[in-house]
Design a protein around this ligand. Sequence first.
Ligand code: GRF
Length: 217
Amino acid sequence: MRVAVLASGNGSNLQALLDAAREPSSPAVIALVVSNKATAGALARAAAAGVPTAVIAEDGQDAARLLALLAEHAIELVVLAGYLKKVPDDVVRSFRGRMLNVHPALLPAFGGAGMYGRRVHEAVLKSGAHVSGATVHLVDEQYDHGAIVAQWPVPVRSDDTAETLAARVLAVEHRLLPAVVLAFARFGAAPRADAAAAPGDPSVPLPHSLDDALAGR
Ligand code: GRF
């Protein structure tokens, strides 16, 4: 399955995907990396892996250019890995059921417009929650709102700072996102039904455990 990754920042999630898809036998191929920032670390990681890259308008609203790029590279699955811009609705509609996002909290809590990066973990700490985690979900026309595909819990420690919690969640993101992308590639992305999969009814069989998924069991 040909995958495009959209990223705005450092690209550690992209790197996890590149590493997981590196084997020639991998069912997923990272075929394109797109950023809204010419200086994004993700672009350098893609270039180092020999993956084609592109930069779209800073506002990310260049729907026609983005759709043309995805078509030109025969993309079947789009993954938002730290992409901070709103994906134009035309693109969301064209990839309904085939666009994933990773969020560093257990949605629907601690998500939505403006909830990204450090702000998410500060809100979790302020709430007194004892558990946070990572979420991979299908993308729809609202931030962090589409059907949840997979989540993985992370304990919150009493001495956590936003940085220590972020690091613990990020380590789980690096395992959860590749597991879901490989599952989509192995079992086929969600059917292009107009209605998103019912919440709690993932459209693809999920691995019994992250280790099973990463071992391809
Ligand atoms: C991750 O925490 C992800 O959950 C959020 O943005 C961050 C991206 O980090 N959407 P990186 O650029 O993949 O290192």
